[in-house]
Design a protein around this ligand. Sequence first.
Ligand code: GLA
Length: 404
Amino acid sequence: MKILISELISETKSVFFKKYGTEPLWLVAAPGRVNLIGEHTDYNDGFVFPIAIERYTVIAAGHAEHDKHDDHDAAAIADIYSINKEESATIQLDGLATPPQTVVWSSYVQGTVQNVIEAGLRPKNFRAVINSNVPLGAGLSSSASLEIATATLLEAITGQKLDSVQKALLCQKAEHFFIRMPCGIMDQFISAMGREGYAMLLDCRSCVPKMIPLDDSDITVLIINSNVKHELTGSEYPDRRRQCEKAAQLLNVPKLRDATLQQLKTAQSVFDKEPDGTICFRRAYHIITENDRTVTMADAIVRKDWKTCGKLMYESHASMRDDFEITCAEIDLLVEIAQSTDGVIGSRMTGGGFGGCTVSLVESSKVDKISKTISEQYCSKTGIEPVISVTHPAQGAMILDSKS
Ligand code: GLA
């Protein structure tokens, strides 16, 4: 990881220098995440159990040449450049930009900047270079890492610190109102507050995270990218959210977090009367059982009860496949292959769904063999080359350098 992030940092700094002829004053980083278990539970006020991964969005920044404070004709703006997209964009630092018709990479920066400014942090004009090695559209929270890196940059520039919970919520608000993606709170939370060597059991109602050590050298977290793009901008995610809300209504509880399996079973006839009742019933079944699995898995990790962890991960996958219906054939295949591979403890899809990645816990001594087996079998059945990477629980958002 140290190598991965240091390469990213030096590339970002050197592009900044080439573009602007000066060293950056501020350097920040925020990671992507992988969720070990607890999918779509966050917006139901339930539990999630993610780790930050050793993949980051890094931003290097410095003062702009012209600033509104010194030159009244200058607009209050930031010039930003994305190394990944090889594209520049201008961010407004005053007034409210209207949400874009089409969301592009800089929309995440604009949405976050205006929420942070509204919260009272007022940066002078700046220019910045952005670089990320969180794969896009893989369900590893590249967007949240960009938002949290942006908010962290504004903290560095203004020298004012946001409360971490507030910071995560401001970035989530940018997704809701600027990007129009009704996401939960998990991704922004773990990107802001992840800790090296720890997984985070987050109660999404109280917003209180509990850090659980995940540092047994015999166990490795493997992320396998199916290379089937996950697109959450369509209607699938909001549909799931609506179905969960409807199920909560039918159960007469504020959120599905408050319902038990017994309550759900007893209410079967209430669901049966609704046109989409069968679907809502299954969605609720997933959420209620998934919340339970998430809390149980965190406890099993504390006890190093890997067998239970594995069982829960496979159950979670089956629940996402059959009841929540957010997996796809390639992802199911990856989990199936993993399940029959020696040394794999547990495996499941991670993130919003409809493609993206699986997360597996595997025996460290067998990582190479496991990777080779899964890669060969997946490729021979789908013709797609998966990308397999090992990750350790990484550190959340960081100000790496601040010279003023
Ligand atoms: C996306 C959302 C999260 C969460 C996951 C599913 O990543 O941004 O809030 O709902 O999907 O667990």
